[in-house]
Design a protein around this ligand. Structure first.
Ligand code: NAD
Length: 385
């Protein structure tokens, strides 16, 4: 085995310019483990802002673009062109941007939801496979050590057969946004079906909850029954969704997501109940996981103390020194880097690939959205996934 340290990957970014939210988080995540250098970008839909944002990130002027298509073409032609692009635009651009970079032979790290339709998502999965490019999808919460430990515990049978899956993802920022009235409704892409896609809260955070539930429980529902709701008349898309789930093994589940849940900041919580024990994870306390055996006492398992390959792989500092959201995000970047290096070297995917969300998870998320829409439209009828 070679001891050579792989070079830093050259990362480009589409979206994430001045004033944007998640692009800056991606850049921190990419740099945290020193696996990437951020060298190029088409950072905004507004050309002046794109160039100013590129200058602020110290890009060479020739690598600060005002059009992502030109960026894909020119970066692919450079000997020192980017290896991978991070896509952090509103949802409607994920598929066209990813297509442009995959066609140029460039690996992709895309934010969720994968696309704004299932057909777009399936086309991306085909293209990534045909071009043999890594396509990571940043379902951030799967990067937490205690989430990975929970997945490992369930897979090893520590809770027995999975019977119940209960996941909730509650925020209150739309209740806040209502105070801004018409301005918010008119300007925010989250409320515009052309840019957000056919659902609001469901795509925005429901897909995270759906992914987390499957990631940890190891099972996927075969049917769901859903109701979408909007609490504000001017809001075109849902700000709340509640879903019942049936699994092929007989398990049952519930998922609800709301952006109108007053007092909730980023309350993503998962409980999985098995025949022998249950586990519980709360995203706002990510350094711990609760394991409760049937008839026994609840045990608080903590990051840095639990051991286990999955948690150790995703842990950076000793027990009691909190890690959080940025480290979870960085974990996805680190695992994606390992996969990209392997593909570039013509090697099989490394172990890191097994926990990295990809375009396949993105397609599952799009299928979830489609089933929720169909169920709701049919008066909340049980619908196959
Ligand atoms: N993984 C997570 O936890 C997480 C959290 C928040 C947002 N997201 C996702 O990230 C994406 C971006 O969300 P956000 O909250 O940062 O949005 P935002 O509105 O804050 O930022 C979007 C950025 O995209 C840019 N943009 C728009 N059109 C462009 C174009 N044609 N070319 C280049 N850039 C363009 C905008 O100028 C802006 O810089 C969304 O898909 C969202 O669902 C994921």
């Amino acid at each position: 085995m070679s001891n050579q340290v792989p070079r830093r990957l050259r990362l480009g970014m589409v979206g994430g310019g001045d004033g944007a939210f998640i692009g800056a988080v991606h850049r921190i995540a990419a740099r945290l483990d020193d696996c990437y250098e951020v060298v190029a970008g088409a950072l905004s839909g507004n050309p002046d802002r794109a160039l100013a944002s590129g200058a602020a990130l110290r890009f060479e002027p020739s690598r600060s673009y005002t059009d992502y298509r030109e960026m894909a073409r020119l970066e692919a032609a450079r000997p020192d062109g980017i290896d991978v692009v991070a896509i952090v635009t509103p949802n409607h651009l994920h598929a066209p941007v990813a297509t442009a970079f995959l066609e140029a032979g460039i690996h992709v790290i895309c934010d969720k939801p994968l696309a704004i339709s299932l057909a777009e998502g399936e086309a991306l999965a085909r293209l990534a496979r045909e071009r043999n490019r890594v396509f990571a999808l940043t379902h951030t919460y799967s990067g937490y050590p205690m989430v990975r430990h929970a997945r490992e515990l369930v897979a090893a049978g520590a809770i027995g057969d999975v019977r119940l899956v209960h996941v909730e993802y509650a925020q209150d920022w739309m209740a806040e946004a209502d105070k801004q009235g018409a301005h918010f409704q008119a300007n925010d892409w989250h409320n515009d079906p052309r840019r957000a896609g056919p659902t609001g809260c469901t795509s925005d955070i429901g897909t995270h909850a759906f992914h987390l539930a499957g990631f940890v429980s190891g099972i996927q529902p075969g049917e769901l029954l859903a109701e979408l709701h909007s609490f504000t008349p001017e809001r075109v898309l849902d700000d709340h969704v509640q879903v019942m789930l049936r699994y092929p093994n007989g398990a049952r589940g519930m998922l609800w997501s709301s952006q109108m849940a007053t007092g909730c900041e980023n309350a993503l919580k998962l409980r999985v109940f098995g025949s022998k024990a249950s586990i519980a994870f709360d995203q706002e306390n990510p350094n711990e996981l609760w394991l409760t055996p049937q008839g026994g006492t609840a045990q608080r398992l903590t990051r840095g103390r639990v051991g286990g390959a999955a948690a150790s792989h995703a842990t950076r500092v000793p027990a009691g020194h909190p890690e959080g959201y940025l480290e979870a995000f960085a974990q996805l970047y680190r695992d994606a880097a390992a996969c990209i290096h392997a593909v570039q070297a013509g090697l099989p995917l490394p172990d890191a690939a097994k926990d990295l969300p990809t375009v396949i998870d993105g397609v599952a998320g799009m299928r979830f959205i489609d089933a929720v829409l169909a169920s709701h439209a049919a008066g909340s009828r049980w619908t196959a996934l």
